[in-house]
Write a protein that binds this ligand. Sequence first.
Ligand code: GLA
Length: 378
Amino acid sequence: MHRHAPAGVWSAPGRVNLIGEHTDYNDGFVLPFALPFRIAVAARARADGLLSIATVGDDGRPQRAGPVPVDALEPGGVTGWAAYPAGVGWVLRHEGFSSGADLVIAGDVPAGAGLSSSHALQCATALALLGLAGTELDEPGAPGRAEVAAWVQRSENDFVGVPTGLLDQTASLCCVEAHVLFLDVRSGEMEQVPFDTAEAGLDVLVIDTRARHSHGESGYRERRAGCERAAELLGVPALRDIESAGLDDAISRLPDNLRPLVRHVVAENERVRRVVELLRADRIAETGDLLSASHASLRDDYRVSCLELDVAVEAARAAGALGARMTGGGFGGSAIALVPQDERGTIGDKVVAAFAERSLPAPGLFTAVPARGAGRDI
Ligand code: GLA
């Protein structure tokens, strides 16, 4: 083997969330599937304990980070895009998998589209570093996928410094082809629910609005803090503990500013469970109204939508989508629409026209079929 050849290549997908938004950090329910777009990490071990990371930036130029000693990685020590893979090196060191490595990153998950390219990168890095340490997922003695997802979350929360929940990492690691993943974040229980849109004559159209609003991260932090405060005032561990039947009573005990947050989270958890019931009964088309209701709630109560997402959702619905909603954290990013397959072309055209009418940059469109989760490729 050539001296510079990688020891292996590991990859992980981006995701869309069918429904269950801003519920993960409230100990609730989510329902994502993996996209057929992936980030791959080619890796080889280094005996000197250094971590070096290389990729090609959006501008087509090579970018490098490090080499830094894995043993010296600490939160705040690496910033920018490299904090994501470096944070994984940091968390794995704490879990006893310390190894120097050369990593080369490439992939096709659209960046900045709210489709979890950064989590795909982190999950692929985790698999690569574990692989170099002689540990392949799913082999006897290896950590479980959910456990790796929790480590990746810790690296994002504590090393990168972003307080996200477990949705994206779990989707990237645990999703399987042709299914959506029903995850109960509190118990960790997972069910792979069949999601065969083609058989139902439907497509999931993903609309990347290409918008990224700068207040996204602060908006996310504020919503999360608001939910935690509401749970505290209500005397429950998390908003997951409020059921629809107890919603009015709970709301009456809260200050005005926290009420809409609680209304969204409680209703959204309920919608996830109803969508899962419909999917189990092979009634995909009937999920459309729940998707649209989720969007309205994220727009009006949770207030994480934006003009571009609302235009995408409204144009898709007006053109014949059975339902549509923003997906992911919001403040830009992507929307999804459940569309009859034979109308996908016209619906897409009308969405593009609606953006043009408002002088918004043209959105990116693609159809998404649930793909496999993270794994070793070579
Ligand atoms: C982002 C976060 C997730 C989740 C979603 C909203 O994608 O990374 O943990 O909170 O927003 O559902």
